[in-house]
Ligand binder design. Structure first.
Ligand code: UD1
Length: 413
C-alpha cells in the first residue's frame, strides 16, 4: 500500500543482476568442482533456480550473501514440469546439462505472463551443432557427444538461446561460432564467469562469439554484474516523484538508452564509473518515442516503467514494444489510476495527465508490477498493488528500498 506524493532522496547500492545470476547458476553445472558466487540477490527467481540445481544433485550452501555451490555430485539430467512452471529460466540448464552429462530431459517451459515465448531458436541452434533433439509429450529430450561443435546463425539475437549455445559448446572438442548472438551485458558477464573456470570464449558483446572447447572446467569465485533494470526502475521512481537519488555499484554505460530518455524528460543526471545520481523536480516533459529491441536498443524490461512515467509527462508519447507481445497488460490497471493510454497493436499512444489518482490495482507480471508501484508513488492518495509476488521475482524487497528513500509504502500481510 502506497500513499503517493513523497519525493525520494538518498542512496541505494544496486544488487547483482537477476538476468546475469540465473544463467551463471546454470553454468555452474558445467564445473565438476566447487564454486563461490558472491552477493547473491534475494529475488524469488534465484531461489527457484537454486531448487532446480539441487534437484540435479548440486549441494548449495548460503552464507550471508555468498553461495557455496558443489557440483561434483551432479547426476540427474531431468527437470520436471513442476519446476519449469515455477521458473521458466530453468531452460538455461539445457545447454549446461548437455555439456556436462551429454543428455538432458526438460519439461517444455511454455508461455508466460509477457508472451508466448517459444524456444525454437534454442532447439534449432542445438540441432545445428549436431545434437539430437526430440520433442514429445511436453518434454524436450536431447543427447549430445563431445564432438558437438560447429556454426550457428541465430535468426534473432535471443538472449536465452545465445546463453544455452555458449554453455553447450564450452566442453566440446571443437570450435563453435555463434553468429548474430544477443549482445546484452549479461552475455558478456556469462562469458567472463565461464572463462574464470577455464573456458575459452571470446566475442561476447559483439556480432560473433567463438568458443574453443576445453576438456574440463575448474573451481572459481565470481561476483556477477549489477542489475541494470533495478537501477533503471529506481531512476524512473525518482524522476516521477521528484527528489535526488544516488545509485552505487552499477555501470551507467549499461543503461544509456534509459538515461537518454530521462534527460530528454528534463531530469538531471550525473554519472561516473560505478555510480549515477539523478535529480528531478517531478515536472516531466515527454521523451517523445520509445521502441524496444535487442541490446543496445531500449530494453524491453524497462518499457513498462517508462510507459508508466510517460502517463504524467507533459505532451504525448509513443511506446512501441517489439520484443514481448503481452507487455501492455498493465495498461488497464494504469487507466484505473487516471492514465490516458490507447493501445493499437504493438504501440501505446499516451497523452500525459496532470496527476494519477490512487486505486486498487493488480500486478500481472514482474516489470508491470514495478510500473504500478511507480505509479502509486506519485499518485494522489492511496494505491494498493495486489499480487506483488510477481515483483519479488526480480526486485529485492522493493518496498523497503523505496521506504529507505522516503516513500510511504508498506507491505500488507
Ligand atoms: C531474457 C531475459 C528477459 C528479457 C529478454 C529480452 C533472462 C532470465 N530473461 O529473456 O528478462 O526481457 O531476455 O531482453 O535473462 N524467441 C523466439 N524463439 C526462441 C527464443 C526467443 O521466438 O527460441 C523470441 C521471444 O519470444 C521474444 C524474443 O525472441 O519475443 C526475445 O527473447 P529472448 O531474447 O530469448 O529472451 P529470454 O532469454 O527469454
Amino acid at each position: 500500500m502506497i500513499n503517493g506524493g513523497r519525493p525520494l532522496c538518498g542512496q541505494v547500492e544496486i544488487p547483482c543482476s537477476k538476468n546475469a545470476y540465473l544463467p551463471i547458476l546454470a553454468g555452474c553445472i558445467l564445473c565438476d568442482g566447487k564454486i563461490v558466487l558472491h552477493k547473491c540477490p534475494r529475488f524469488s527467481d534465484i531461489d527457484a533456480m537454486l531448487r532446480v540445481l539441487e534437484t540435479l544433485g548440486t549441494v548449495v550452501v548460503k552464507q550471508n550473501d555468498d553461495l557455496y555451490i558443489d557440483c561434483t555430485k551432479i547426476k540427474f539430467s531431468y527437470i520436471p514440469s513442476e519446476l519449469t512452471k515455477i521458473i521458466r529460466s530453468s531452460i538455461f540448464t539445457l545447454g549446461a546439462l548437455l555439456g556436462r552429462l551429454r543428455r538432458a530431459k526438460i519439461a517444455y517451459p511454455g508461455g508466460c505472463d509477457i508472451g508466448v515465448r517459444p524456444i525454437d531458436l534454442h532447439l534449432k541452434g542445438l540441432r545445428a551443432l549436431g545434437i539430437k533433439v526430440e520433442e514429445r509429450h511436453g518434454y524436450i529430450s536431447c543427447e549430445s557427444t563431445k564432438f558437438c561443435a560447429g556454426s550457428v546463425d541465430l535468426d534473432y539475437p535471443s538472449v536465452g538461446a545465445t546463453e544455452n549455445l555458449m554453455m553447450v559448446a564450452v566442453l566440446s572438442s571443437g570450435v563453435t561460432t555463434i553468429r548474430n548472438p544477443a549482445r546484452e551485458p549479461e552475455i558478456v558477464d556469462l562469458q567472463d564467469f565461464l572463462n574464470s573456470m577455464g573456458a575459452k570464449i571470446s566475442g561476447a558483446g559483439t556480432n560473433e562469439i567463438v568458443i574453443q572447447g576445453v576438456d574440463k572446467l575448474h573451481s572459481t569465485e565470481y561476483t556477477p554484474m549489477r542489475d541494470r533494470i533495478v537501477a533503471g526502475t529506481l531512476l524512473v521512481a525518482c524522476a516521477m516523484t521528484g527528489g535526488e537519488v544516488t545509485l552505487t555499484h552499477c555501470n551507467p554505460e549499461h543503461f544509456l538508452p534509459i538515461v537518454n530518455k530521462l534527460v530528454k524528460s528534463s531530469c538531471k543526471i550525473e554519472a561516473n564509473n560505478d555510480n549515477i545520481c539523478i535529480s528531478s523536480d517531478g515536472c516531466l516533459q515527454s521523451f517523445g518515442e520509445l521502441e524496444t529491441g535487442p541490446y543496445p536498443a531500449f530494453p524491453t524490461d524497462m518499457q513498462t516503467q517508462m510507459l508508466t512515467m510517460s502517463t504524467i509527462c507533459k505532451g504525448s508519447t509513443l511506446v512501441t514494444e517489439n520484443v514481448f507481445e503481452s507487455r501492455f497488460r498493465v495498461v488497464p490497471e494504469l487507466s484505473k489510476m487516471g492514465a490516458d493510454i490507447v493501445v493499437q497493436g504493438r504501440t501505446a499512444f499516451v497523452r500525459g495527465v496532470d496527476r494519477l489518482l490512487g486505486a486498487t490495482v493488480y500486478a500481472h507480471d514482474l516489470r508491470g508490477g514495478a510500473g504500478l508501484v511507480l505509479a502509486g508513488l506519485c499518485a494522489v492518495g492511496y494505491t494498493t498493488v495486489y499480487d506483488v509476488w510477481h515483483i519479488d521475482r526480480g526486485y529485492e524487497q522493493l518496498d523497503q528500498t523505496l521506504a529507505s528513500l522516503g516513500a510511504d509504502i508498506h507491505r500488507l500481510d
